[in-house]
Design a protein around this ligand. Structure first.
Ligand code: F6R
Length: 356
């Protein structure tokens, strides 16, 4: 029996229960919505901001990526992503800074948050505790406290949803409730399809993991929403499956990477290309994708077109991310790897902590 259909073996390998976290993603989103509903945002309500900065690294940083991709075409103030120690000088008094860190202890996010506080920005903190919670409380800043206990990347519902819903509550954006219901319904449906009890023959997440098996995945998305998702999936394959993985986005990749498939064919023959495809691609993007795939199909072992499901941007982003997230956990299990621990990240953080 394949390991992906062997429930005892899955339990043995997945010591930290990453698959269970993924299987419960729908419930996490429901809980996250409730947390957002209970959040006390009165201190920042009713203000007109000149821009929004979304701070965060890694799994927490993705919350900012997806929020930016969802809102950037519908608001008339700048939305800036900050992934690092510094805060660009144009982010100052008048800006809303949303600082997101699951642990609350990520030094880059703390450093940029400190700078936002020094500059008199309005600050909203999303964390499960740690130093950022103390910073919020001692500066009398608004905090959305989320439950601790899972890997940050597995807490994406908690990291993303309350911050996104808060922007709606603050009248910065206008989220349609039908989009939320559509996204939740789609995730619920997919959760029942991707769970461990559904065998390889009927489970799209297991099938995707099996397709990738010993190949190196490359993920292509299109600018905006699907580029954000492509990057998320690259990180999930890195962190859950412990595999090298790269990503890129149309149309930019047509101006460089498209040429970069000519050398090392023996190596790239072990790469599998996953392309995130929307039904609504405009003719120019559709042509770019199709011509590109034709040009490089001999240089990779296989091209897998991943259809993006859903009508709203929210449903599209969450459902495509969810397929990749679960597939990355199955890919780990298929390789006998525990998807949970990220020892290299932990040891790096420990080395840096010695500098304090
Ligand atoms: C680990 C993970 C990492 C962390 C990152 C920042 O599961 O996803 O990418 O998210 O190291 O840590 P936090 O999220 O605690 O700010």
């Amino acid at each position: 029996m394949n390991v992906l259909d062997n429930l005892d073996r899955i339990k043995e390998i997945d010591k930290n229960g990453m698959l269970e976290v993924e299987e419960n993603f729908y419930l996490q989103l429901l809980d996250a919505r409730e947390i957002a509903g209970r959040a006390d945002l009165e201190k920042i309500k009713g203000k007109n901001f000149s821009g929004i900065a979304l701070l965060g690294m890694g799994g927490s940083g993705f919350a900012g990526d997806i929020i930016k991709a969802l809102i950037k075409d519908d608001i008339n103030i700048p939305v800036e992503i900050v992934k690092g120690y510094n805060l660009p000088s144009f982010i100052k008094n008048g800006w809303l800074v949303v600082s997101i860190s699951y642990s609350g202890n990520t030094e880059e996010t703390i450093s940029a948050t400190d700078k936002a506080l020094e500059r008199g920005c309005e600050v909203l903190i999303v964390c499960s505790g740690g130093k950022l919670e103390n910073i919020a409380r001692s500066n009398n800043k608004t905090i959305i406290k989320i439950p601790a206990g899972v890997q940050p990347r597995g807490a994406i519902g908690y990291l993303f949803f309350p911050a996104y819903l808060a922007l709606d509550y603050l009248n910065i954006i206008n989220i349609h409730s039908r989009d939320i219901e559509e996204a939740l319904d789609l995730i619920k449906e997919k959760a029942s399809l991707y769970k461990r009890e559904i065998g390889i023959d009927k489970n799209p997440a297991k099938k995707l993991a099996l397709k990738i098996s010993s190949y190196l995945p490359i993920i292509y998305g299109t600018e905006g929403l699907l580029a954000a998702v492509a990057y998320r999936l690259k990180c999930e394959f890195n962190e859950n499956s412990k595999t090298p993985c790269w990503w890129n986005e149309f149309p930019e990749l047509n101006h460089n990477e498209t040429v970069g498939w000519e050398r090392l064919k023996e190596t790239t023959g072990k790469f599998i290309l996953l392309v995130l495809r929307e039904k609504e691609e405009g003719i120019r993007i559709k042509t770019r994708i199709e011509v590109t795939l034709n040009l490089i199909k001999e240089n990779v072992c296989e091209i897998v077109e991943v259809p993006v499901e859903g009508k709203s941007k929210l449903a599209k982003a969450l459902s495509t991310m969810y397929l990749g997230d679960v597939a990355s956990v199955y890919l780990a299990l298929l390789s006998g790897i525990d998807p949970g621990p990220v020892e290299k990240i932990e040891s790096l953080k420990a080395e840096l902590a010695k500098l304090n």
